[in-house]
Design a protein. Structure first.
Length: 214
């Protein structure tokens, strides 16, 4: 029973049907890799003069394949150039930052990825060192000292998963439960991080945030 319950909750960044997960599992699907255009739009509001925006993705995550395409379209609309950087190892993260410095990127977007989340302290530290405005897809980066994040509400996603686990423990069959879609998003802003890189965040922007870290 334990293995069955733990297998029924998954976190998918794209449509579970497109990956084949929904055929045998149920769970909660998150939009972690599908919000590049929204993230770049918010980042543009903070740094409207940014011309070259770097985007970090993990090529080993199949769901990340859409990030460059979505980001490229958003950059085109915003009149920006896009620098796509791939990283799937710690050394490649360091190399990506070296490339950003060399190319003098004006802003930085980190795609949603479990590997990046596990290395968030390093990523945030390098971003602060280079004083580059950065957008992340989950709040953990901002809590570590990052500037801004926009993505699925983590607590809401796990609450939804917990509800499904409870239903399964009460006898529901996973095959009979439709995949739940986490649709609650949150905008988190770290004012202190902005000040550290000389960026003033407008009050109108802060008023839209779900949480402001001072």
């Amino acid at each position: 029973m334990f293995s069955r319950v733990t297998a029924t909750r998954f976190r998918s960044a794209t449509s579970p049907a497109s990956t084949g997960l929904a055929a045998t599992f149920t769970g909660v699907s998150w939009f972690t890799t599908l919000i590049a255009s929204k993230g770049l739009g918010l980042l543009h509001e903070l740094v409207p003069n940014a011309r070259l925006v770097a985007v970090l993705t993990n090529p080993r995550l199949p769901e990340s394949a859409r990030i460059p395409t979505d980001a490229q379209e958003a950059a085109r609309i915003l009149g920006q150039q896009l620098l796509v950087l791939n990283a799937s190892t710690p050394s490649e993260i360091d190399a990506a930052f070296a490339t950003m410095r060399q190319r003098r990127a004006d802003a930085f977007f980190v795609g949603g990825d479990p590997f990046f989340s596990s290395r968030r302290q390093r990523i945030v530290a390098l971003t602060a060192r280079d004083a580059i405005p950065a957008m992340y897809t989950n709040r953990e980066f901002v809590e570590e000292g990052g500037l801004i994040s926009y993505g699925n509400d983590t607590a809401d996603g796990y609450r939804r998963a917990g509800v499904y686990v409870g239903r399964i423990l009460n006898g529901a069959s996973p095959a009979d439960l439709p995949v739940d879609q986490a649709t609650k998003f949150e905008l988190v802003v770290n004012v202190k991080a902005g000040k550290a890189i000389g960026l003033t965040i407008p009050e109108s922007f802060l008023a839209r945030a779900d949480e402001v870290i001072e």
